[in-house]
Design a protein around this ligand. Structure first.
Ligand SMILES: [Zn+2]
Length: 80
């Protein structure tokens, strides 16, 4: 569950949503239901099993690149 970085309230309202070019992230501008703090989330959806939501841009880019790498290097990964 995603929480407000300011007050940890789990409820937020999406103010703006748009596709971002960087690593297929979905950018969402949110407003906290409780303290009205504005913050941005980045979502990376690759498949039904992979969905990453973060408030940190660096992490969003990192995970995007990581998933891209995994997809392109499937032959290197052995299933446990
Ligand atoms: Zn808040």
């Amino acid at each position: 569950m995603l929480k407000c970085p300011n007050c940890k309230c789990p409820t937020s309202v999406v103010k703006d949503s748009r596709q971002k070019k960087i690593a297929d992230n979905i950018y969402r501008r949110r407003e906290c239901h409780k303290c009205k703090h504005h913050y941005t989330t980045y979502e990376y959806v690759d498949s039904p099993s992979v969905k990453i939501i973060t408030v940190d841009t660096e992490y969003a880019i990192f995970f995007g690149k990581l998933l891209e790498f995994i997809k392109n290097n499937n032959h290197l990964i052995r299933t446990m």
